[in-house]
Design a protein around this ligand. Structure first.
Ligand code: HXC
Ligand code: NAP
Length: 289
C-alpha cells in the first residue's frame, strides 16, 4: 500500500454526480480523475473551454466514465445557474459540489489596485458563494440532500501577508462552510473543507513563487515531513469527504500539509536549527550554572 495509490473501494462514488469548479487543471483535475475512477460522473468547469476539453478527453481516454466540461466564470451567477441547469439536463441530478476554483498572486498589499483586491475576493469568496447558493437552493427545492466540499488554505485561519486578498476570501469561505454545516443540516446538506499545504501545481506555484522565489522560499523546507503533497493524497481525502463513508462529518476543515502551519505557529519550533552538538554544550553550561 502506498500514499500515491487510490484509497477507497471500487465504485465508492457510483451513482454520484459531482461538479468540480476549476476542474480542468491542478488539484481540480486530479480530484476529478479520482472521482471518475470511483464511478462518479463529473462536471468540470472553468473559464477556458480549450483546457476543459483537453482534460475531459484525456481523462475519458485514461479512465473512461462520464465527464462533462462546461465553461463558466464563477463570478457570474447566470453562468453558474446555467451549469446546474445543463448538469441536471444531462444527468437528472447532481449530488456534490466541490468549490475548488481560485485566483491568487503574491504581492505587497500596498501595491495592489482596488481592482486587483476585488478580483481575488470575487473569484474565491463570491465564486464559492454563488455556486453554493445556487446548488443549495436547488437541493432544498428538490428535497434531495447534497454535499459541499470547499478547498481553502491553512492561512484561512492564520492569515498571511503577501496574499491578503486570498487570505480574506478563504477565511470567508471557511465561515461559509461552518455556517451552512449547521443551517443546512436539516436539509441533509453537509459542508466541509480541505486546507491543503503545498501541492505542486503550475497554477499556484507560478503565481505565488515566481522566478527565483521558487528556490529561495522552497516550501519543502517549511514542511516538517520534508516534502510537498502528492496529488493522490489530496484526491483520496476529497473522495472520502464527498463519499457516504463520511456521512457524519459536517462543518469540518481537514488540514493536509505535512505539519506546515503548526511548524510556523509553535513558538520554539525554530530551535530545530540548533545542531545536536550545540545542545550537548548548552546542557553542560546549564549544569555548570
Ligand atoms: C498585482 C495583479 C497581479 C499581480 C493581476 N493583478 N496579477 N496585481 N500582482 N501578480 C491585477 C491586475 O493588474 C488587475 O488590476 C487585476 O489584478 C485583475 O487582473 P486581470 O488579469 O484583469 O484578472 P483576470 O483575467 O480575472 O485574472 C485573474 C487572476 C489570474 C487571478 C489575476 O492570475 C488568474 O486567472 N488566476 C487563476 C488561477 C490561479 O490564480 N490559480 C492559483 C490558485 S492558487 P488593474 O487595476 O491593474 O487593472 C491558491 C494557492 C493558495 O490559491 C495557497 C498555496 C500554498
Ligand atoms: P490552479 O490549477 O490554478 O486552479 C485554479 C482553477 O480555478 C483553474 O482551473 C482556473 O481555470 C479556475 N478559475 C480561476 N478563476 C476562475 C473563474 N473566475 N471562474 C471559473 N474558474 C476559475 O491551481 P491549484 O493549485 O490547482 O488550486 C486549486 C485550489 O487549491 C484553489 O482553491 C487553491 O486556492 C487551493 N490550494 C492550492 C494549494 C497548492 O499548493 N496548489 C494550496 C492550498 C490551496 P481558468 O483560469 O481556466 O478559469
Amino acid at each position: 500500500m502506498k500514499n500515491t495509490e487510490g484509497m477507497l473501494k471500487e465504485n465508492s462514488l457510483k451513482g454520484k454526480v459531482v461538479i468540480v469548479t476549476g476542474g480542468g487543471t491542478g488539484l481540480g483535475k486530479s480530484m476529478s480523475a479520482y472521482f471518475l475512477k470511483l464511478g462518479a460522473s463529473v462536471v468540470i468547469t472553468s473559464r477556458n473551454m480549450e483546457v476543459l476539453n483537453n482534460t475531459a478527453s484525456e481523462l475519458e481516454k485514461e479512465i473512461g466514465g462520464c465527464i462533462l466540461p462546461l465553461s463558466c466564470d464563477v463570478r457570474d451567477e447566470v453562468q453558474v445557474e446555467n451549469v446546474l441547469k445543463q448538469t441536471v439536463e444531462k444527468f437528472g441530478e447532481f449530488h456534490v459540489l466541490v468549490n475548488n476554483a481560485a485566483g491568487n498572486f503574491a504581492s505587497p498589499t500596498e501595491k495592489l489596485s482596488y481592482k486587483a483586491f476585488n478580483t481575488i475576493v470575487d473569484i474565491v469568496l463570491k465564486g464559492t458563494s454563488n455556486f453554493t447558493l445556487a446548488a443549495g437552493k436547488h437541493w432544498i427545492a428538490q428535497k434531495v440532500g447534497g454535499t459541499v466540499l470547499n478547498i481553502v488554505t491553512t492561512y484561512a485561519f492564520t492569515g498571511s501577508g503577501y496574499v491578503v486578498p486570498s487570505a480574506c476570501a478563504k477565511a470567508g469561505v471557511l465561515a461559509l462552510t461552518r455556517s451552512l454545516a449547521v443551517e443546512w443540516a436539516k436539509y441533509n446538506i453537509r459542508s466541509n473543507a480541505i486546507a491543503p499545504g503545498p501541492f505542486p501545481t503550475e497554477g499556484a506555484w507560478s503565481r505565488l513563487l515566481p522566478g527565483e522565489l521558487t528556490e529561495q522560499f522552497n516550501p519543502v523546507r517549511r514542511v516538517p515531513l520534508g516534502r510537498v503533497g502528492e496529488l493522490q493524497e489530496l484526491a483520496n481525502l476529497a473522495a472520502y469527504l464527498i463519499s457516504d463513508y463520511s456521512a457524519y462529518i459536517n462543518g469540518e476543515v481537514v488540514v493536509i500539509d505535512g505539519g506546515e502551519w503548526l511548524k510556523g505557529a509553535g513558538q520554539f519550533n525554530a530551535l530545530e536549527n540548533v545542531p545536536p552538538k550545540r545542545w550537548n554544550e548548552l546542557d553542560k553550561l546549564r549544569k555548570k550554572t
